[in-house]
Design a protein around this ligand. Structure first.
Ligand SMILES: NC(=O)c1ccc[n+]([C@@H]2O[C@H](COP(=O)([O-])OP(=O)(O)OC[C@H]3O[C@@H](n4cnc5c(N)ncnc54)[C@H](OP(=O)(O)O)[C@@H]3O)[C@@H](O)[C@H]2O)c1
Length: 307
């Protein structure tokens, strides 16, 4: 298939480019920084330059391109600000960005659209011991600023499911680790002795290696059922405390600096603190059953050992 991919230069985008090329698909990557052109052309893709949030520029950039599928993997969490506001770029990318990419899908003649959603949509709260499935309520509000993030995941899903003439599929990813993802990000922070771990208990969440997430995106594009969301996670949910300890061990960094919660709130972006107290264990049974996908790296220690 021919794929128009937004987010090709990111933590999931780079392994996704290789996975798509490996499966024989052709990629046209929408990138906003011309200096990154080589990153995608070396991966076998053609680059078009546009900011996904600039609808007119995006539609101009894809004029003359043809594609069967659009994949939305663009987020802007890397330089997240301390406070979360409705005009946060990641929130805008899931709302307005999805709408713009759906318009681009019509221009390029695509009939399928795979979008990036997140398991945090099950609610930034303690979701208990049970493995959640796609049957569980998605878009759960908890009365904090994190609801903006939840709403943005719902917004991208709803738009792609409702788009006329388009087969929309949403991937509810667990927390990414692997190259350039959370494990590398926290390893950097621990090397700098920045506070990362609150005193007391942390939440437990489902993770996924970025290479497995990329493989799932290819499987969803090829075999996903229109109008369906799939949880894309590994087999062993892990507490953030254990995650950070594992990252410190495998990356050879100092152990995480433990700090009172109020201090952590000053040190890390808005969502870090909310995320670290959230417990969301999720099942990938539906993805395995319908997409024929299962994580190669079944747990974080296994995935980080293989890095
Ligand atoms: N499920 C998860 O756990 C999850 C989900 C998302 C992100 N994350 C984590 O958060 C961290 C940052 O990830 P990230 O995905 O935000 O950054 P990232 O790895 O840099 O990837 C974001 C991608 O979106 C592109 N992009 C951003 N804004 C764009 C725009 N307006 N128009 C076109 N393209 C745009 C970026 O392009 P540029 O190269 O030009 O910046 C990049 O290709 C990583 O540690 C990642 O693992 C985790």
């Amino acid at each position: 298939m021919r794929v128009l991919l937004a987010g090709a230069t990111g933590a999931i985008g780079v392994p996704l480019l290789s996975a798509l090329a490996g499966a024989g698909h052709e990629v046209v990557a929408v990138i906003r920084d011309p200096a990154k052109r080589r990153l995608v052309t070396d991966g076998g893709a053609v680059a078009v330059i546009a900011d996904v949030l600039d609808r007119d520029a995006l539609l101009r950039a894809v004029d003359g391109v043809s594609a069967d599928v659009v994949m939305h993997q663009a987020t802007a969490l890397r330089n997240a600000s301390r406070r979360l506001t409705p005009d946060d770029p990641t929130i805008a990318l899931r709302g307005r960005g999805t709408a713009n990419l759906l318009d681009a899908a019509r221009v390029v003649g695509a009939h399928r659209f795979v979008t990036q959603s997140l398991i945090t949509g099950y609610g930034y709260r303690d979701n208990g011991e049970r493995l959640l499935t796609e049957e569980d309520e998605f878009g759960v509000h908890v009365g904090t600023v994190a609801d903006l993030v939840t709403d943005s995941s719902v917004a991208t899903e709803r738009q792609v499911f409702a788009a006329e003439g388009i087969e929309g599929i949403a991937l509810r990813y667990g927390m990414f680790y692997g190259k350039n993802a959370f494990s590398d990000m926290f390893a950097d922070m621990m090397r700098k002795r920045a506070p990362v771990l609150p005193r007391g208990r942390t939440g437990t969440t489902s993770f996924v290696h970025v290479a497995d997430a990329a493989a799932a995106a290819v499987a969803a594009m090829e075999r996903g059922r229109p109008g369906e969301a799939y949880n894309i996670v590994d087999d062993e949910p892990m507490s953030w405390r254990d995650f950070l300890m594992t990252v410190a061990r495998t990356h050879g960094t100092p152990r995480p600096v433990v700090t009172p919660r109020w201090l952590l709130r000053l040190a890390v972006p808005y969502l870090g603190c909310l995320l670290i107290d959230t417990t969301t264990r999720v099942s990938h049974a539906k993805a395995t059953r319908e997409l024929g996908w299962a994580p190669v790296h079944r747990s974080v220690p296994e995935g980080l050992k293989a890095r």
